[in-house]
Design a binder for this molecule. Structure first.
Ligand code: ADP
Ligand code: MG
Length: 339
């Protein structure tokens, strides 16, 4: 088993300014594994930017074009576990032999090896063995080698022997292209206005972008509505908040009301029912945390309550958070929408 996922290819990896160097180096390596100066090839970048996709695409390309080459993809976590188990089961020799026989070793997320001295020793030997034989080594990391803490210097220096290329956050154009590609793959048509809205709003990473698309498509099919900007807005509101956008008391009320499935009107009403009081208090608590509004003004937005009610609400949520893990968890979850 090579642990490669056939779904990742160069064909479905969208090229943009954000990934051009890494992609073309990766493609060069895929065409001539072990024969370019990009050995090792180290691809780094933060989460969800396409590291795994790209290195798996390289692995798949090699496997599809070179019958005789053994390609092994492994996450550093899995590598570590295999190593530990091989010691436990007295088969360390087999473990080493296995890895020393591959033609292409793809090892994902090497930051995970941090602090794991024994695993690093073993990887060091495997690395040297493969490199000496001209075998291709491909690695990923969530940060540049110089920032990898807890990794042995002798490993770090080897990481720099070949080429280090980074993946950056995709720009607007690339995000548009990625969305179009995904929709095309699903055979779904969405208006360009909506695509642009989504590309504008989700600007952190590709995984998040995909998550939004999946929700959009699910929502569209559940409600049998066509996907328009309105629907996109509603979907997005629950998944991501644009970082630049200021958190307003209206958004807080909407999100909290949505979460508890109550009407915003109930949040502002005089109702003393438990199912309204708790969300109301929570929304006031979050309003204090995320807006600059004075307590008096917060009270005003909740059906004209006075500032002592707001203080009381904040106190009671604070106390609940200390005593009830469910409340604490709810607060953390709601906070995550505003980050
Ligand atoms: P990482 O390993 O850096 O955390 P992944 O490779 O898992 O990121 O990518 C996250 C998701 O985004 C995957 O589903 C991947 O297919 C997709 N993706 C990332 N970059 C691109 C790209 N340039 N074109 C198309 N899809 C991409
Ligand atoms: Mg990954």
């Amino acid at each position: 088993d090579t642990y490669l996922n056939q779904g990742y290819s160069f064909d479905n990896f969208i090229e943009g300014d954000c990934n051009r160097l890494a992609r073309s180096a990766g493609f060069a390596v895929a065409q001539r594994p072990g024969l370019t100066s990009f050995n090792p090839l180290m691809v780094y970048g933060s989460v969800g930017l396409g590291k795994t996709h790209l290195v798996q695409a390289i692995g798949n390309y090699i496997r599809n074009h070179f019958d005789d080459k053994v390609v092994m993809y492994v996450s550093s976590e899995k590598f570590t576990n295999q190593f530990i188990n091989s010691i436990r089961n007295n088969v360390l020799q087999e473990f080493n032999d296995f890895y020393m026989k591959v033609d292409v070793l793809v090892i994902d997320d090497v930051q995970f090896l941090s602090g794991k001295e024994k695993t690093q020793d073993t990887f060091f030997h495997i690395f040297n063995h493969l490199h000496q034989l001209g075998k291709q080594i491909i690695m990923t990391s969530d940060r540049p080698p110089r920032e990898l803490e807890g990794l042995q210097d002798r490993l770090l220096s080897r990481f720099k022997w070949g080429l280090t290329a980074d993946l950056q956050t995709p720009d607007f154009e690339t995000r548009i292209a990625i969305i179009q590609k995904k929709l095309q793959a699903e055979g779904i048509f969405i208006d360009s206005e909506v695509i642009e809205y989504v590309a504008h709003s989700v600007n952190s990473n590709v995984r998040e972008l995909e998550g939004v698309l999946v929700s959009l498509m699910a929502q569209a099919s559940l409600t049998r509505r066509t996907i328009d900007v309105e629907l996109a807005k509603n979907t997005l509101k629950n998944i991501v908040m644009n970082e630049e956008k200021e958190v307003t008391i209206d958004t807080i009320q909407e999100i909290v009301a949505d979460h508890f499935e109550i009407a915003i009107a109930d949040m502002k009403s005089k109702s003393r029912k438990k199912e309204n009081v708790y969300p109301r208090q929570l929304a006031m608590f979050l309003a204090k945390e995320y807006t600059d509004l004075p307590l008096k003004s917060i009270g005003y937005h909740f059906g004209g309550r006075d500032h002592s009610t707001v203080i009381h609400s904040i106190q009671s949520i604070n106390e609940l958070m200390g005593s009830d893990p469910d409340v604490d968890e709810t607060v953390q979850k709601l906070r995550s929408y505003f980050k």
